[in-house]
Design a protein around this ligand. Structure first.
Ligand code: GRF
Length: 259
């Protein structure tokens, strides 16, 4: 049966499809046990349903509106103030060192933790070995990450990013690479840490940006690589071959163990 994989998406889900296909044809020794989305009605959810995989949605924008209109309504799922304070002061300030500005002040952070709690409640319905972010467009806070990674040396959240990190973190990797005029771009699969696209790198694929490329076909070339790279990296995880080690310079990196 292999590993149990949970997938979070926000959109079209072509990476999700690649992962579902790889589970189906044995390139990944595992199965997708749920697909969650922070946006309603996206194509990725249809893909999951078609594959018979349970889905859930915690709509970020809708829920945020409701939360700020009437925070009292969320008392049942909002982490308590001391829990929020602990994560905010002890962890969030250290995330600032990783250049995260996404969460705002305490009030916004409390909302963010409430949203993440709602996601975690859904996640906890399923036992998973690995959480895969496949076009999930939210930065996760230390609150969520710590709940998934009980053991810091065995991270369990993977992300795919559309650039050769550490170049061009953020939401538009292919666009940023293209507009900078880079001669190569590509994609990166990495474990998620407290920073935005800063975690230990598992795998990368490069694609050339040729003189007659448009942004559209440059993206297409990148995505073709993503659909191969992500299943490969997930399979390395399934085989227990990914080890996070700390270098002398303090940087945490992934060693790929031989078979
Ligand atoms: C991909 O380019 C991925 O690298 C980025 O978001 C895009 C998602 O595409 N994180 P899809 O939803 O998998 O089609």
């Amino acid at each position: 049966m292999g590993i149990r994989i949970g997938v979070l998406i926000s959109g079209g889900g072509t990476n999700l499809q690649a992962i579902l296909d790889a589970c189906q044809d044995g390139r990944i020794d595992g199965q997708v046990v749920f697909v969650g989305s922070d946006v309603s009605g996206v194509r990725g959810l249809e893909r999951a349903e078609k594959a018979g995989v349970p889905t859930f949605v915690v709509d970020y924008s809708e829920t945020r509106k409701k939360y700020f209109a009437n925070p009292g309504e969320f008392r049942w799922c909002r982490p308590n103030d001391s829990e929020i304070g602990k994560v905010f002061y002890e962890k969030y300030f250290s995330t600032k060192a990783h250049n995260i500005r996404a969460f705002g002040g305490f009030v916004n952070f409390a909302w963010r933790m409430t949203f993440e709690k709602l996601m975690l409640m859904q996640l906890n319905e399923h036992q998973i070995d690995l959480l895969v972010l496949a076009g999930f467009m939210r930065v996760l806070s230390p609150y969520f990450i710590d709940q998934m990674n009980q053991d810091q040396d065995k991270p369990r959240i993977m992300n795919i990013h559309p650039a050769l990190l550490p170049a061009f973190p953020g939401t538009d990797g292919y666009g940023d690479t293209f507009r900078y005029g880079c001669k190569v771009g590509g994609c990166t699969v990495h474990f998620v840490d407290y920073g935005e696209d800063t975690g230990p790198i598992i795998g990368q694929r490069a694609v050339p940006n040729l003189p007659d490329d448009t942004l559209e076909n440059f993206k297409k070339k990148g995505l073709l690589q993503e659909w191969e790279l992500y299943p490969e990296c997930i399979q390395l995880f399934a085989e227990g071959r990914l080890k996070v080690v700390e270098l002398e310079n303090g940087r945490r990196v992934v060693d790929i163990m031989p078979k």
